[in-house]
Design a protein around this ligand. Structure first.
Ligand code: SAH
Ligand code: SF4
Ligand code: F3S
Length: 482
């Protein structure tokens, strides 16, 4: 028998365990809390936890769910990984994301050797890949729990099993059986929050692992989203980020006919909410109605992230992106005509298999023409299981490096040219935190997502203040409150 035990559910053993969610998980939170309280008494100190998040906003949101559950279980949150329970909520979108996690697991092992209470869990996107599970089993036997993206909500149940049965748990499912609402959740910021509007992805871009590790696209009911935002607003949230791998296809599969544009309009109506952001918009189904909704809705921020990936029609076709260079550029024109001062940002992959110098030039051409406010540039990373990884025309590293450097230089110089465009204007800034380097300053964002530093203290955190932008220093502004 393997050291890891696959455990499905405990309901067969005990009869008083609720079968419906979220009641079942609240039951297990109570059971774990009994154990945690007892250990706390025995040890004469609180049991601590730390959740380390890798990857995108979806993972950040899942981590808030994990933290909410652990606090309910009686654990105390600690700032560092020298804790009694450490969860790695992982990302696998590029190979270096995986490597980072494997590297850091070694450090955790060091802590564990000194603390016999310590439990280590690995969850999130990496856990959905069977080679990762094999590797953990073989080389990282000190990991106590592995669970995937589809059963994040089951943390208390998994933890209870680990604490009561002395064996390691691997509980990874290949699809989500349900969307579990109303679990506890501990937000990172008091004044802003991510909200899942949908899960998974059906686009299968040829390079991308996300559809395999996050499963099929599922939209949440609009009422559930609106109710959640209303509750957040009542709790002090003024900015929300609506989250989905492709928010533009929101609503597919729901009984009610509703588009993302409709949802935006409904969210915009919520009293007390001040700012709405969303992530990510796929260019293939960004509708005219959505552009109208963005222009009309006063709370929707002046920023659109519109991933390009490549400017070459040939590569875009192979990537399965369903748009052409011309279609993308037309879309950008349409958006800028309707919302002239909107900030545009993007994602670009360099060195996709078969990318020629000509293909790369097409990408550079789009970048030069669009003049993005900023762009995330990625070196293509081969993800096993994806169609692009099976191609035999992978690009040599030195060619990719050269193209990557040229692209980065262009992106930087475009950003610099645009930076400073707002100097002299007075604009609302949502203050997010005390400046890390200079404690007399606070740092916030304009609706176009630009960073602004101004004089102030922590009493301003979570407030929107009018700031005159005095000076632009590279990628941020210095301003004065008026
Ligand atoms: N759903 C979002 C993207 C999520 S992944 C969208 O479609 O825009 C975030 C970014 O990672 C992608 O936009 C892409 O640029 C990059 N990415 C994804 N897979 C990659 C890979 N195999 N190699 C390099 N970059 C990749
Ligand atoms: Fe990946 Fe494409 Fe889905 Fe984005 S839309 S998550 S890039 S498959
Ligand atoms: Fe990474 Fe998973 Fe997000 S692979 S980018 S954490 S959906």
């Amino acid at each position: 028998m393997s050291e890891f035990e696959y455990k499905g559910s405990l309901s067969a053993v005990t009869t008083d365990i609720p079968v419906t969610e979220p009641q079942r998980q609240y039951y297990f939170m109570g059971k774990v809390k009994e154990i945690v309280d007892e250990k706390t008494r025995d040890l004469g100190r609180p049991l601590t936890f730390h959740v380390t998040t890798f990857g995108c906003q979806m993972n950040a949101r899942d981590s808030e769910k994990l933290r909410g559950i652990l606090l309910k279980c009686g654990y105390t949150e600690k700032d560092d990984e020298d804790s009694d329970l450490v969860l790695y909520n992982t990302c696998t979108v590029r190979e270096n994301a995986d490597n980072k996690v494997f590297g850091r697991l070694g450090v955790l092992h060091g802590y564990k050797k000194k603390n016999k209470e310590m439990l280590i869990g690995l969850c999130g996107c990496m856990a959905q890949e069977s080679p990762v599970i094999e590797k953990i089993r073989k080389s990282y036997p000190f990991v106590d729990m592995v669970f995937g993206t589809h059963n994040v909500y089951m943390l208390a149940e998994i933890l209870y099993e680990r604490l009561t049965e002395d064996k390691k748990i691997v509980d990874v499912r290949d699809k989500a059986d349900q969307i579990v609402e109303n679990l506890p959740l501990e937000r990172k910021y008091s004044f802003k929050s991510g909200i899942n509007i949908m899960f998974g992805c059906d686009n299968f871009c040829s390079y991308c692992i996300v559809p395999y590790v996050r499963g099929r696209e599922r939209s949440r009911e609009p009422e559930a989203i609106i109710d959640e935002i209303k509750r957040l607003v009542a709790d002090g949230v003024i900015e929300v980020m609506l989250l989905g791998q492709n928010v533009n296809s929101y609503g597919k599969g729901l009984d009610e006919q509703i588009s993302f544009a409709d949802l935006l309009r409904r969210v915009n109506e919520i009293d007390g909410l001040k700012r709405i952001r969303f992530m990510t918009s796929h260019p293939k189904d960004l509708s005219d109605d959505l552009i109208d909704a963005m222009a009309e809705c006063d709370k929707v921020c002046n920023h659109l992230h519109l991933p390009l990936q490549s400017g070459s029609d040939r590569i875009l076709k192979d990537m399965n992106r369903h748009y052409t260079k011309e279609k993308y550029l037309t879309l950008v024109d349409k958006i800028r005509n309707r919302i002239p001062d909107i900030a545009l940002t993007t994602d670009i992959i360099v060195g996709y298999p078969g990318e020629t110098e000509g293909d790369f030039e097409e990408t550079m051409d789009v970048v030069k023409r669009v003049q993005y406010d900023s762009a995330f540039t990625f070196i293509y990373s081969k993800r096993s299981g994806t169609p692009a990884a099976r191609r035999d025309d992978q690009i040599p590293e030195e060619v990719i490096k050269d193209r990557f450097d040229r692209l980065l230089a262009e992106v930087r110089s475009d950003g610099e040219k645009k930076a400073g465009a707002l100097t002299g204007q007075t604009l609302p800034v949502l203050v997010e935190e005390v400046n890390k380097q200079d404690k007399s300053l606070v740092t916030g964002r304009l609706t176009n997502n630009s960073v602004v530093h101004l004089q102030g203290d922590e009493s301003l955190i979570g407030k929107i203040v009018d700031v005159r932008l005095e000076e632009c220093k590279g990628f941020y502004y210095l301003g004065d409150r008026i």
